[in-house]
Design a protein around this ligand. Sequence first.
Ligand code: SF4
Ligand code: SF4
Ligand code: FES
Length: 579
Amino acid sequence: MSDVRNIEPKTISVTIDGKTCQGVFGDTILEIARANDIYIPTMCYLTKVMPIASCRMCVVNVEGVEGMILSCQEKATDGAVITTNNAELYKERQNIMKLYNVNHPLECGVCDQSGECDLQNKTMEFDVAGQNFTAREPSRPVQNWGTVSYDPALCIMCEKCVRVSTEITGDEAIKVKFGGYSSTIENVKPDTDHKTLGEAAAVCPVGALVDTGFKYTTNAWELQKIPSSCPHCGGGHEVIYEVKQGKIYRVSNNAEFTTLCSASRYGFDFANEGISKDQAAFQRAVHAFETAGTICFSSQISNEEALILQKLKEERGYKLISHEARAYQKFIQAYGSITGKSLYGGDLERLSRSRAVIVLGTRINDDTPMVKYHINMASKWNRARVAYMHPIEDCHIQNIVTQFIKYEAGSEEGVAALLAETLLKTCDLPESVRQTLNDLDIGNLSAESNVGEEELEALAKSLIKKVGYSLVVGADLYTHPRAENIAKLIALIEKYAGFNVICVPPAGNALGVSLICDLDEAIEGSTVGYNAEGDFTLSALGGGDLDMPALNQQEGTLTGITKRVVPLNVAVDYEGYVL
Ligand code: SF4
Ligand code: SF4
Ligand code: FES
């Protein structure tokens, strides 16, 4: 079994506006131009989805080819000579901008997008000072879809939102309603308030699709942008807190390239506010640390806080208890005993390029939506087969799952063994591993787990001739009494079948904590709790004995699912004590 990424890409050379540019076979003209710092205007292009090709702003001339070419979808050919700008191309783009502006309401003064609007910017860039096109304007009232609001009068029908809804988040709630000049987008799932529609609003280049909660609250240019990382699901993805006068108004992201989950985008109201230095509580905390034998903590802490707790253990001999992180730590250590690496080998980029994906032991849509997005991308871009193995079916991913394999809760070890036996059948294995797999009582494991042998055969068959496999495993496996054995079985699949395996970290910074702290199993003596209950509790969550800063009130780092250390910055001030 091999991986698509192992194929060496073929280099090509083109000339753009007289400059020799290198690209890779399969790159579009626009991709090569951008990679070589050459500007081609676009209105509908969104890097993270397939070319939409609805605006024609990206037109170029290619020597020997008649007419104008859409650079966003045209693949470059080796030796092509391309012109991105001349009087004719400028006129074409100017006319497109004029058409966009037909009957466009003059409401920039109150529009949420004002100051960061593509239509505003390109109207200026192409010097649209007059209008020679007209059309009768139909009545197009604003629609409130819950999380987001849609104003058809401002919509330029670029379809970016439709593509994000389909290709990235997979809610498939937004479609085009065709009607010539009266075309709009529509919410085809109005009864479900999909929070993921916020991701569609994030890519809207104008003020047509906006967050309902943010609408008319402030001007974009008044907000200070503070880059940080999301502390919620364990993904550690980049977020930008947009702040005015000490208050977070919204969370944004570099939506051209990245996508957030709903917790990242809307779950920003967790700062521990209005706190000052309570000296009496501080003295009680000092006493609690002097008498405690154990520190219990949640993994909702930064790497730096984890390191301080580890140093406290080394200095004063505390036991460190963090159940979720400890379960993950043991799983990953057992995994590494087979692969020889300190972490799983897979990554999200390869997941989104996969041709087949197996998900085991996680309700992925709820546990880690970001991973689900990447599975959705694989499904939409590569028509990947997706096998979902779980005790309960999930209606939210029915549109991408091609095979649901239900198993009995608690039988995860047997399921992992069956999976390893199935996926490693045709692989070259050391004799000892082959013998172990041969010794498995498949009939018995199948009966105990309720996974039919014919289901596994169908799964194996679906992988034939496909390359680029991924396996995503999650929290149900880490907390299983035989988690370490399960980890070794899964690791065999990475090591010998070449799967892109991702062991999804549990919520918070469990990955960082598991790499930094020497965690214990049992409590000794009295406890100090850190964002967790203890005999004396330090907490950023409110209600503790001494307040601490939340993760959007401190500088530091997290370790995300991408296995990178990512930054935290202060979005909301904090006046109390810190660890
Ligand atoms: S969408 Fe852009 S051009 Fe239209 S009103 Fe809003 S800011 Fe102005
Ligand atoms: S709502 Fe925004 S993103 Fe969607 S089609 Fe209209 S302009 Fe484009
Ligand atoms: S960017 Fe090419 S058609 Fe819109």
